[in-house]
Design a protein around this ligand. Structure first.
Ligand SMILES: *Cc1c(COP(=O)(O)O)cnc(C)c1O
Length: 227
């Protein structure tokens, strides 16, 4: 087994243990391998270990990697900041976008999604910790934005995504994820129902799963530290 394969196994065990502790089944949580700054070989090693979902933050880097990996049947998630000049490539080359945080970007993604592809799967990113430096809409804006995004024809809104600010040692790592989940629950009347919560990274996947995460985005714990 490669080291990447071993780390994937270890992360899957953490997910299973967190699910068991939360009274959930491991099948409810999708592992998204975040490969930013790592090369196509790392993706290949992970794919050989059965990994299917991959997340990328930097558009050009992602497109280069996808071109090298055309022979594999992978599901690509865009996680990075989304400006208008990136929407066309994301609409054409990704299955999911987790970082939609304003309507204009969502409208462009919908218009630019090729008719030959299924709708782009979308999460609305929420600035759950209220930091002014981070991307994401304000929690108070999320319901209105989600309703508008849900109405766009070529997008399929799946849920919310957040990257909380680091919680100080001894702090409650679950608090931001609890807030995210309750925000999502405030939209339980949306159709089709929101079924995804993109939450949790290498250091806090247990806290996120305890609060209902259905997609954990894991880089460092699989591929090591980014240079
Ligand atoms: C880099 C990144 C991750 C992975 O973080 P790790 O701490 O390395 O697991 C997850 N989500 C987003 C949006 C990222 O940019």
């Amino acid at each position: 087994m490669t080291q990447i394969a071993e780390q994937i196994t270890a992360v899957r065990q953490r997910i299973a243990a967190a699910c068991a502790a939360a009274g959930r089944t491991a099948a409810e949580v999708e592992l998204l391998a975040v490969t930013k700054t790592f090369g196509a070989d790392a993706v290949r090693d992970a794919a050989a270990a059965g990994q299917v979902h991959f997340g990328e933050n930097y558009l050009q880097e992602a497109l280069d990697k996808q071109a090298e990996l055309r022979d594999l049947d992978l599901i690509w998630h865009f996680l990075g900041p989304l400006q208008s000049n990136k929407t066309r490539a994301v609409a054409e080359h990704f299955h999911w976008a987790h970082s939609v945080d304003r309507l204009k970007v969502a409208q462009r993604l919908s218009e630019q999604r090729p008719p030959s592809l299924p709708p782009l799967q979308v999460c609305v990113q929420v600035n759950i910790s209220g930091e002014n430096s981070k991307s994401g809409c304000l929690p108070a804006e999320a319901p209105g934005l989600c309703r508008a995004v849900a109405a766009l024809p070529r997008l399929r809104l799946r849920g919310l995504m957040a990257i909380p600010a680091p919680v100080p040692a001894g702090g409650d790592a679950r608090a931001p994820y609890r807030a995210l989940r309750s925000l999502q629950h405030s939209m339980d009347d949306l159709h089709p129902a929101l079924d995804s919560l993109s939450a949790g990274m290498s250091d806090d996947l247990e806290a996120a799963i305890a609060e209902g995460a259905t997609i954990v985005r894991i880089g460092t714990a699989i591929f090591g530290r980014r240079g």
